[in-house]
Write a protein that binds this ligand. Structure first.
Ligand code: NAI
Length: 704
């Protein structure tokens, strides 16, 4: 029997089987919820059916809502979902409904599952309510049924922070009734679910919405703790706080709780925050697409890797390989530096163990993937080398020449340089087609961004392999052209320049940092400079001195701080002072440093308001981004947004600098840039031609 194309009804003796078959992930597209309900109703009406199993075909149960539908609802192109009513009707079925979960039962998928009377779950499955990650809250009873099944504390954790849980936690909480060990095989899950359904025929059953056992005597501190954690870890985001309120409403009568959930869901759905986060969600998928590299382009197999340099970056990069189960050689110049690098890796892993992410045995398993050494032994066998030595062209060329002499012809030679010319590095080899930038971000084992830098000779196969490798290392890989600083650092350069100029003109370090922090960045620009190391920036400037345009104003303070040995957090002094816990306080010496560094330059001191601080820092980013978009350094505006969201802690709920500029309105952004141009000159502030064209024609970056 087929009810519609997406959901099928079949029978095994007295058990009806409802199979959701909407590849690839059984998303709740229009027709799926209706199909499930009509199958259940048909089975319920059949006197010989005693119980019903609902299962997903393929690799997963329902993985979630069809996110494109949300946009259509906001645009008035689609009706609001009737999923809440459908789930209530499933719950009303007089015969036991057993939901069989495998893969990822997320969002609407978990909400449907909770409408069943029982749930069984594959041992390697995941369940979650990740809606907050796109600026929403569950909208079909998730905040009401989850507390009833799993308790308030876990429901808060899942709805407010969006992290999934595995089968063990789901079983222990009462969310699922049985774990079925089936090694992910669909057939075994079905057998287990049918066996459970046969038992369920004789079990007492109740509707989830009628259960109140776990809603009694709830400690109110759970809610205040969730609010505190949301304010600390999801600063500026509305949805997590709405989720707390909605879960709290579950203590009331079900219908009232559902009403409150719906109101909050609709508020979130129509908020700019969810639009921004949905933009980023789709953006992460878009950046994987490279117009001239189709699926037909071959990729190399990456079985073994090597990293040269075990410093800040090299150690983190090696951890990425180890985490992905790829054996990696880590090479240093001498034993001391090697030991230091390995000790840092060990202590990073040990921190993860202490935080409960994995156990000591898993740490040792990962460490075993890393082979520390001071020679090139074994390099002839590896499929990719990432170079992460000091940032200096001569040294990099020397290392690449050495690698060229020893690596096999199909080995990818990648540089982690933050700013240097990939083509020049490639010129040190006889195989420039195999040379590419793999620009990781610090800390490399944590930050999700990987810029893949395409040199003029880099082959399509190397690009395709690098993008696929990024995915394997659980990164978001974005392709960038070989421009100085690529996408991210080229933009951050002008952003940090403006932050220093503002300081030179009279704003304080605290005003500058707090303005950008309040905008939603994880930290202000000068705090970021102190964290990255003023010495690091100084070294980069030395490498690029010859590229500076004479007569153009350049920031003076960081160089002055460098000369004073104030390298930032690492020396406890930079733009701010730091205590041993790295907590910053204002440094009364800074005004003197500024006065000294800018003496005789004729810079007028004035009171600078927060809107100028914000606009100068952000529009410098936007203007530079528009230039690199036009130059083709970034493929699309959304690629820039993804770089900034994942590499520079741009607030997720603002969608990235280009999305932000679009939402402010490009004519307004242009007008402000033209004001700055009048005040500070065309060398620094000439509007990017693309920005001008779009602003004047009513266009948007998002469409470019
Ligand atoms: P680092 O100074 O912490 O580490 C560099 C390491 O390379 C040192 O341990 C040094 O002993 C080793 N080394 C030097 N020559 C070597 C050779 N011939 N063979 C083997 N090892 C050698 O520097 P960091 O910060 O890790 O930077 C490395 C590269 O990554 C640079 O190109 C930098 O621009 C880039 N980068 C740095 C980021 C950061 O935030 N620190 C972020 C992204 C890229």
């Amino acid at each position: 029997m087929v009810v519609n194309e997406l959901v099928k009804l079949s029978r095994r003796d007295e058990i009806a089987i409802v199979t959701i078959d909407n590849p690839p992930v059984n998303a709740l597209s229009p027709g799926v919820p209706e199909g499930i309900l009509s199958c259940i109703e048909e089975a319920a009406a059949n006197g010989s059916v005693k119980a019903i199993v609902v299962i997903g075909a393929g690799t997963t149960f329902i993985a979630g809502a069809d996110i494109r539908e949300f946009g259509k609802i906001v645009a008035g192109e689609a009706a609001a979902s009737n999923l809440p009513e459908i789930i209530c009707k499933i719950e009303d079925c007089p015969k036991p409904v057993v939901m069989a979960l495998h893969g990822t039962a997320f969002g609407g998928g978990l909400e449907v599952a909770m409408g069943g009377h029982f749930r069984v779950m594959a041992a390697d499955g995941l369940v979650g309510q990740p809606e907050v990650k796109i600026g929403l809250i569950p909208g079909a009873g998730g905040t009401q049924r989850l507390p009833r099944l799993a308790g308030i504390e876990l429901a808060l954790e899942m709805c407010v922070f969006g992290e999934p849980i595995g089968a063990k936690a789901a079983f222990e909480s009462g969310l699922v009734n049985r774990i079925i060990d089936c090694n992910g095989r669909e057939g075994d899950l079905l057998e287990g679910a049918i066996a459970f359904a046969r038992e369920a025929i004789h079990k007492p059953m109740s509707k989830t919405r009628d259960r109140r056992g776990k809603l009694k005597d709830v400690d109110p501190r759970y809610f205040s703790a969730a609010i505190d954690k949301a304010n600390a870890t999801r600063r500026g985001q509305v949805a997590p706080l709405e989720a707390v309120d909605a879960v709290e409403a579950s203590i009331r009568l079900f219908d009232r709780g559902m009403e409150m959930e719906r109101e909050a869901f609709v508020r979130c759905l129509h908020s700019p925050q969810s639009k921004a986060m949905i933009h980023a969600f789709f953006g992460e998928r878009t950046v994987a697409k490279i117009p001239d590299i189709g699926k037909d382009v071959q990729t190399y197999k990456i079985r073994k890797a090597a990293v040269v340099g075990a410093g800040t970056m090299g150690g983190g990069i090696a951890m990425n390989y180890a985490n992905a189960g790829i054996p990696v050689i880590l090479k240093e110049t001498d034993q001391k530096a090697l030991d230091k690098g390995i000790n840092t890796i060990r202590s990073n892993y040990a921190n993860s163990v202490r935080k409960g992410r994995f156990d000591w045995a898993e740490m040792e398993r990962r460490m075993a993937f890393i082979t520390p050494q001071t020679t090139y032994d074994g390099f002839e066998d590896v499929d990719v080398v990432t170079e992460a030595v000091f940032e200096g062209m001569e040294l990099k060329k020397q290392v690449f020449a050495e690698l060229d002499a020893i690596a096999k012809p199909t080995c990818i030679l990648a540089s982690n340089t933050s700013t240097l010319d990939i083509d020049e590095i490639a010129s040190a080899t006889k195989r420039p087609q195999m040379v590419v930038g793999h620009h990781f971000f610090s800390p490399a084992n944590v930050m999700r961004l990987l810029e893949v830098v395409r040199g003029k000779a880099t082959s399509k196969e190397v690009i395709a392999t690098s993008m696929a490798l990024g995915k394997k290392l659980k990164k978001v890989a974005v392709l960038a052209g070989n421009s100085r600083g690529f996408i991210g650092n080229r933009m951050v350069h002008v952003y940090l320049r403006e932050a220093q100029f503002l300081l030179e003109e009279g704003a304080t370090v605290e005003e500058i940092n707090s303005t950008l922090y309040d905008f939603g960045f994880a930290m202000g620009p000068l705090a970021m400079t102190d964290l990255a190391g003023i010495d690091v920036g100084w070294r980069i400037r030395q490498e690029s001195k010859h590229l500076e345009k004479p007569g153009v104003r350049r920031p003076m303070i960081a160089d002055k701080l460098y000369e004073m040995g104030r390298y930032g957090q690492k020396t406890f002094r930079g733009f701010s002072r730091y205590d041993t816990h790295r907590v910053a306080t204002a440094d009364p010496e800074i005004p003197h440093v500024v006065a000294e560094a800018t003496a005789g330059m004729g810079i007028e001191q004035r009171k600078i308001d927060r809107s100028e601080i914000l606009d100068r820092c952000l529009y410098a980013l936007v203007n530079e981004a528009a230039k690199l978009l036009e130059e083709g350094v970034a493929l699309r505006a959304v690629d820039i947004d993804i770089v900034y969201l994942n590499g520079y802690a741009f607030p997720a709920w603002r969608g990235g600098p280009m999305f932000y500029a679009d939402s402010v309105g490009l004519p307004q952004v242009l007008a402000r840039i033209e004001e700055f141009e009048k005040q500070h000159g065309s060398d620094l502030w000439a509007p990017a031609p693309l920005l001008k064209r779009l602003a004047e024609s009513g266009g948007k970056f998002s469409a470019s």
